[in-house]
Design a protein around this ligand. Sequence first.
Ligand SMILES: *Cc1c(COP(=O)(O)O)cnc(C)c1O
Length: 397
Amino acid sequence: MPGFEIFGDEERKQVNDVLESGVLMRYGFDGMRNNHWKAKEFETGFAHKMGVDYCQLVSNGTAALTVALVAAGIGAGDEVIMPCFTFVASFESILAIGAIPVLVDIDATLTLDPAAVAAAVTSKTRCVMPVHMCGSMANLDALQAICNKHDLLLLEDACQAIGGTYKGKALGSYGDLGCFSFDFVKTITCGEGGAVITNNKKYYTNADVYQDHGHDHIGNDRGAETHPVMGYNYRISELHAAVGLGQLGKFDTILSIQKRNYTIIRNALSTLEGITFREVPEGGEENYSFVNFFLPNEELAKKAHTAMANNGVEANFYWYTNNWHYINGWEHLRTIKTLGAVSDGIRNHLEKLNGTDFSKSDAIMGRTISSLVKIGWTEEEVKVRAEKMKAAIASVL
Ligand SMILES: *Cc1c(COP(=O)(O)O)cnc(C)c1O
């Protein structure tokens, strides 16, 4: 997955364009910048690749989620339904605007269980936020139907599934808004960066204004611009955007290498009795950044994970006991450890988390192993890896 594996001359060239003009900011300084508009160029190119009308670059993926929520009018006291298996950024981005994260179960897609979402809808629910974890997607048709029924926003976190598709649409482009991260370990990296995509002009304009202190970006005199609403600073720098532009040129290559490497590993593991793979909703195609599979039970999953490590196979993740990606590891959330005060609405809701039954997700996560697919590997290296994985897993089955 990580795009940094193939960092090279293309990224250096883009960064040098910026360094030579000395304009490290994405807005203004028109005369000095030698016509380099890296952030703008990235936005146009990425919107085109994703098949949407608008893209707004921001400082990181977590900021993208926050900006997307704000752009759609979500705020204090609003409930946002999110999965219990995701990165901490999901609840961080919701809490940052005073909204309430409502955590629900996942299913064998490793993403939001539509039945759990339907059961969690209240009169305060405003948004459903599926997170397309580890390269593949939630059942978006089922989630959209729930959103339509209750008039809710569908906001896709596609940070880990860039390039995957659902029913012919790029992940992130199906819902009302989609978010991406270009942090250092993502499929495409800016060093730090993120993006919001949408076909909704109003949401785009709101995002554009909000992420830059409320600047309306009308006219050529930045100091004279007005501020239609209060904003914040979630801007990306021109330097970071330049790195991303270099990476964007390699996007298709990255995806095709991922698919080749994934296929070799998946075919090898498919021959093992007892291994099953993560469910992909009908009409979906993964981005192939991880091979995700299930062992028959928790004990065997732990043993298989250890056996692979002992056999020298790195980059396999057992999320169930990991600090960052599953509710089990989020003691700080469950015990509401914040630096400052939180609202009663948030406190009351988070206090309920400890009593919430996530046994359905436990039963899935306890058996899940995700194996990162790197793009720097040669075909030969992947074949060797696949055989080692197979032998290690077979030794515990
Ligand atoms: C990486 C990631 C984010 C956050 O992105 P940052 O750029 O690191 O802030 C959000 N959601 C998911 C699923 C991620 O993997």
